[in-house]
Write a protein that binds this ligand. Sequence first.
Ligand code: N01
Length: 536
Amino acid sequence: MPTDSPSTAQHYDVVVVGAGFAGLYALHKFRDQLGLRVRVIEQAGDVGGTWYYNRYPGARCDIESFNYSYSFSEELQQEWVWTERFAGQPEILRYLNHVADRFDLRRDIAFSTVVESAEFTGDGWSINTTNGTFTAQHFVAAAGNLSVAKDPGLVGLDDYEGEVYTSSAWPHEGVDFTGKRVAVIGTGASGTQLIPELAAQALELTVFQRTPNYATPIGNGPMDHELQQQLKPNYAKLRERSRANFGGFPYEQSQPSALAVSPAERRQTFEARWSQGGFRLFLDSYQDLLVDPVANETAAEFIRDKIRERVTDPAIAELLTPTGYPYGTKRPPLETNYYETFNRPNVQLVDLRREPLERFTAKGIETSDGVREFDAVVLATGFDAMTGPVLRLGIRGRDGKALTEHWSEGPRTYLGLMVNGFPNLYLVTGPQSPSVLYNGPLAVEDHVDWIADSISHLRADGLTTIEPSAEAETDWIEQTLAIAEQTLLPQTDSWYMGANIEGKPRVCMVYLGGVPQYRQICAEIVADNYRGFHLS
Ligand code: N01
């Protein structure tokens, strides 16, 4: 196995960017199963990816822990014991550290190393980093979908003299907000998780909300020991069922339409799923919630009623109640005591739609209603999702063409895996694959397995490059957009649409045909001798 430092031997069969869920599995798969020379480049000081960085109080995965885990190793599945139904960030990071140790992965990861640019050289890739240049025949971007914080464009932030924290770059030593006046900007999934935690600690907490969200209960609690014992012998079946499910979860197929049942029955279903908790459980109540606006409105109204029940001040409840866009078209947060937090005497809500944020001052935040002073500000303002992490790598393909140019009107991929003009560049859970709507660990395993098969296929045939044709790429984008148009997602400004970033092309970046259909298409293309790809 290669143990060379970057300064001596720098040529590899595969260079992978990122040591999160995707990069760790890629290293294990390529090195230990294919026998390839692999180097992983990771900007952080250790493994974990998103779970390394997002250490804010309350950070937790909203997919059940036994589902949000690798399926590739039966031994790993059997030995790892989850302590919570929905694992918190520290436990997931411990799990990934365990994986790194168990499969001896760290020795092939260059930590604290940032990719500055990557160029296709004709027969492979040259990857320039802050710690020298690496060359490789294959280049795998496993840099995550939500790993580049968005610049929130807050005027005067540099003038602010208090403490500033970003949810996705939280200090490792934690922050003590006791006795402080704290502001939070952003009420997406991150804000929804950290707001109740901060409210319990801070002297005063002021939440600056621009768009209210449809948050539903996560329903966390200790992992049921008996349930875990029952699940373990059945993991193989569980994974099989997950991969046969639209979003990669082992759930029963829900009923087709919210409109095919009586209002009483519908309410009963929503109630049952509301109390069970979990992201998929509620959104999955009926198959047409993301397709039919009338069906969607039944779920939206159910959630609005719950908010009104939980928030004591009707005026605050109204501000927290989402209207004007369908449920699920912005990624819905999962919460614990989120709405009750606004009943606390030390919590204030500022509605930025009525009272726009004008600028930061030395002491605080000025809105159209005046200045409020704060000791600390927390930004939970989101990410340059999906394309940001790939474009940041400064990739140039055939004839020096920049990926930024190729994607100037939105991402262009074939299967969300490869890009015309960029041979041997692979994207793990890239745009136009199910990606962020596919249970993460299983999604990355599928893509890494596909890439491994493709590299093995090339090697078996004495070939060196694979690249999708321009036609296959265009055709895939058209299919992806046509499916998106059948859903409600394009109606809403969300990060799924690139609409959270000013100037970013507004286009649906997720394949919405569901996991089983996507997996079938990928398999058929391979079986049809890599239809749409040029191998040489
Ligand atoms: O980011 P977001 P996030 N002025 O983009 C507001 C995953 N995740 O980090 O909606 C004022 O969703 C913005 O307002 P608006 C998950 O996939 C998962 O919370 O644009 N406000 C919004 O309220 C999730 O979807 C987990 O009007 C500004 C918020 O900031 C994704 O990561 C936990 C603003 C950003 O919300 C991203 O979530 C956490 C400005 N200039 C995250 N700019 C779990 O597994 C932005 N906002 C549970």
